[in-house]
Write a protein that binds this ligand. Structure first.
Ligand SMILES: Nc1ncnc2c1ncn2[C@@H]1O[C@H](COP(=O)(O)OP(=O)(O)OP(=O)(O)O)[C@@H](O)[C@H]1O
Ligand SMILES: [Mg+2]
Length: 371
């Protein structure tokens, strides 16, 4: 099968087991992100795919050929795998200019790639730097050159480890977008490591969430955001309000209403996670399912079709802060705990005001409580 196949990879450094039966498939033209907290084994997996780390258990397959097999102790060296690599330090050769850095791995083939090189330098906005040396380039320019060097030999598989982590936030968005475009034009199978969920959402066709050496969930960005497999995945993609509840008659009751918990046993302890943006607020005397617009305490708008809302409750506002396109509102629950809401537009009730609070039930996630 074409693309990159990592099958049941396990790995330990001495007694420290860092990967436990991880399988990953990346189709040609697909960009898959490995997302997970520091130390969960992302770089180790990438290094195993590249051949920079000896494979202990499992199989690495590229375009249908086995390039490493743990059981048979067979392994193709990195340079024979058809893999392009880019790590976060870029590792450009300081004594070579941009053009020579990019074509370094091509040998005699560099002549046949000169048209590609001119186009690629232009599409990455570094065409005026072909003769410049790495130390004269900004971090963003170095990143672009490193990416082109990885792509120059037309690899079948591209492996990127935190490729944007050294860049300042203002430049990151543009460089990410340019990088995505250049990668997508090549049709290469790309496996990219990041611990930034927003970056993974932006770049990936599919995201594999990892924790402690295992894959927790594999899905499209929207699958992970709207249907997280567990609380860990839900919390990775942004802040949540958490409620403990006991399941009764298939429902979990919270101060914001009752939520479907039919997948849990009656009497079980449940955890209900509600994203700040799943909460609708309205002035206390408006329709409970109000969606605030641009004006303070705007008239109610109905929920979009297909969305179920809980009946509204009234809560006291602690503070409301404008964030530009949205407003952050902190509310007081009856037991004194706080609830965070993020509503579109400008909605600025005063501290102490009562507002009506309703929840989009499709965005409330109910899991078994972990002890
Ligand atoms: N060469 C090594 N020798 C011993 N232990 C290692 C080695 N490389 C990594 N480890 C350990 O293996 C675990 C996984 O490391 P890895 O670099 O794969 O994590 P990561 O997910 O890439 O983390 P980060 O997001 O911080 O880069 C960590 O506990 C790390 O300390
Ligand atoms: Mg790493």
């Amino acid at each position: 099968m074409s693309g990159l196949h990592l099958r049941a990879i396990s790995h330990a450094y001495g007694r420290n087991r860092v990967l436990s039966g991880v399988s990953v498939f990346v189709a040609p033209g697909e960009l898959v992100c490995l997302l997970g907290p520091s130390g969960c084994g992302k770089t180790t997996l990438l290094r195993i795919a590249a051949g920079l780390e000896d494979l202990q258990t499992g199989v690495v397959e590229i375009d249908g050929s086995v390039v490493a097999d743990g059981a048979q102790k067979r392994s193709l060296p990195p340079e024979q795998r058809g893999v392009g690599l880019m790590f976060q330090d870029y590792a450009l050769f300081p004594h070579l200019n941009v053009r020579d850095n990019v074509t370094f791995g091509l040998g005699k083939a560099s002549g046949s790639r000169s048209a590609w090189l001119d186009d690629a330098l232009t599409s990455m906005g570094v065409e005026n730097y072909a003769n410049a040396y790495p130390h004269t380039l900004s971090g963003g320019q170095q990143q672009r050159v490193a990416l082109l060097r990885a792509l120059a030999p037309q690899p079948r598989v591209l492996l990127l480890d935190e490729p944007f982590s050294g860049l300042d936030v203002t430049r990151r968005a543009q460089i990410r977008a340019d990088t995505l475009q250049v990668i997508k034009q090549t049709g290469v199978a790309t496996l990219m490591v990041t611990h930034d969920p927003e970056e993974a959402m932006f770049m990936a066709d599919r995201i594999l969430v990892m924790n402690e050496g295992r894959v927790i969930q594999d899905g499209r960005p929207t699958d992970l955001y709207f249907s997280p497999a567990d609380a860990f995945v839900a919390e990775l993609f942004g802040p949540v309000n958490r409620f403990q509840a006991k399941v009764q008659n298939g429902m979990a009751e919270t101060p914001l209403g009752r939520f479907d918990a039919a997948h849990l046993d009656d009497g079980a302890e449940a955890m209900v996670l509600i994203r700040p943006e799943a909460i609708r607020l309205g002035a206390a005397n408006t329709d409970p399912h109000a969606m605030p617009g641009d004006a303070p305490c705007a008239p109610a708008k109905p929920l979009p079709p297909g969305e179920k809302a809980q009946a509204a409750v009234r809560l006291e506002v602690i503070t409301a802060r404008p964030l530009g396109r949205s407003t952050f509102v902190m509310l007081r629950l009856d037991d004194g705990a706080t609830l965070e809401a993020r509503v579109p537009g400008v909605f600025l009730p005063d501290a102490g005001d009562a507002v009506s609070v309703a929840v989009n039930a499709n965005q409330a996630h109910v899991f078994a409580a972990t002890p």
